[in-house]
Write a protein that binds this ligand. Structure first.
Ligand code: SF4
Length: 329
């Protein structure tokens, strides 16, 4: 067996323990959610897996209208920038984001997730029977349109249009092709960074992230992780790295230089977050977690109301189920 196929094989049997921004924030939000999303889901894509794994996998794929705005906008931008990279300029079409949202909505209505929750994710508002009024749905559609249109107004966009093909160092793949290129190392751990767009311009490397939601404290850490990734994965040749956080809803761009010092600090944060998560492992080598009960549930039931995993948690606790079902009807 070649070295290559050995690696492939080992990846299939082990659930990998890698830092990502979303893993760390899920761990902070709710330990039980972290358990369900990163452990209980394992194997849930297979017919023969236990029902609870299949359910955790399905719920882990769930989107909400708010996250759908984000993924639809990202998909439109990824296609568009891939076109620019290949010298095929087409206008930015904000309506395309709404078409994607509509398609996901229709597929969720038809419950296509029963067939394949990865390809056809369940939609929170439909799944838990909390469909918002039509004005609210229209507001989500407007938010998506405005976000795509906002990109066209940024100086970054004009810059991107003037660049050569070779200055596009990375454009987010449209479909989620999970490639090794998104891995980087923060010894003794492995980590993941998925950039939206990386450009080389005026001697600098720009790591761009499109945001449809509000600014969060961890956004800078995410970009610093991106800089560590870029130094390992791209030919940056010591060039200065800039983080570009494009908040599309208010139309603000936060652009900043990421120094080696920033990267060092980010490394320390990543290692300490991974160490905290390792504390919940029975077998750190194989990434086997402690029992479910070792991962406490959120102490505020109000938070659970907005959580995609409530079908599992609220059903397991009879008193919460009663209050839960009153709330949802
Ligand atoms: S329903 Fe509540 S306890 Fe369960 S995973 Fe979600 S937030 Fe945590």
């Amino acid at each position: 067996m070649s070295h290559h196929s050995e690696r492939k094989f080992s990846k299939e049997i082990f659930n990998p323990f890698r830092w990502s921004k979303s893993r760390a924030s899920t761990f902070t939000e709710c330990k039980r959610k972290y358990y369900l999303r990163y452990y209980q889901h394992w194997g849930g894509w297979k017919e023969e897996s236990p029902e609870i794994n299949r359910l955790a996998y399905r719920l882990g794929k769930m989107v909400s209208m708010a996250t759908l705005v984000g993924s639809a906008v990202h998909e439109v931008l990824a296609r568009h920038f891939r076109g620019l990279q290949n010298d095929r300029f087409r206008e930015l079409v904000p309506e395309q984001a709404v078409e994607i949202m509509r398609r996901v909505w229709m597929d969720a209505r038809k419950e296509l997730w029963r067939r394949n929750p990865k390809k056809f994710p369940p939609l929170f508002e439909i799944y838990y029977d909390r469909v918002p009024p039509v004005e609210r749905l229209q507001a989500y559609a407007d938010q998506a349109r405005r976000a795509v249109a906002a990109v066209g107004e940024t100086p970054l966009y004009k810059l991107a249009r003037s660049l050569d093909r070779s200055d596009f160092l990375w454009v987010d793949p449209v479909r989620d092709t999970f490639s090794e290129e998104i891995f980087f190392s923060v010894p003794p751990f492995e980590a993941i960074f998925v950039p939206d767009l990386v450009l080389r311009a005026e001697g600098r490397i720009l790591i761009v992230d499109w945001k449809t939601g509000k600014a969060r404290d961890q956004d800078h850490l995410q970009m610093e992780a991106g800089a560590i990734w870029a130094r390992q994965r791209l030919d940056t040749a010591g060039a200065e790295i800039q983080g570009v956080l494009a908040y599309l809803s208010p139309g603000l761009v936060d652009e900043f230089t990421i120094t080696d010092q920033d990267c060092l600090r980010a490394r320390r944060v990543i290692v300490s977050e991974m160490e905290a998560m390792s504390g919940y492992l029975k077998d750190p080598l194989k990434n086997i977690p402690l029992v479910k009960e070792a991962f406490p549930m959120h102490n505020n039931v109000k938070f659970c109301k907005y959580c995609e995993f409530q079908e599992i948690c609220l059903t397991n606790s009879p008193s919460m189920l009663v209050s839960g079902s009153n709330l949802f009807n």
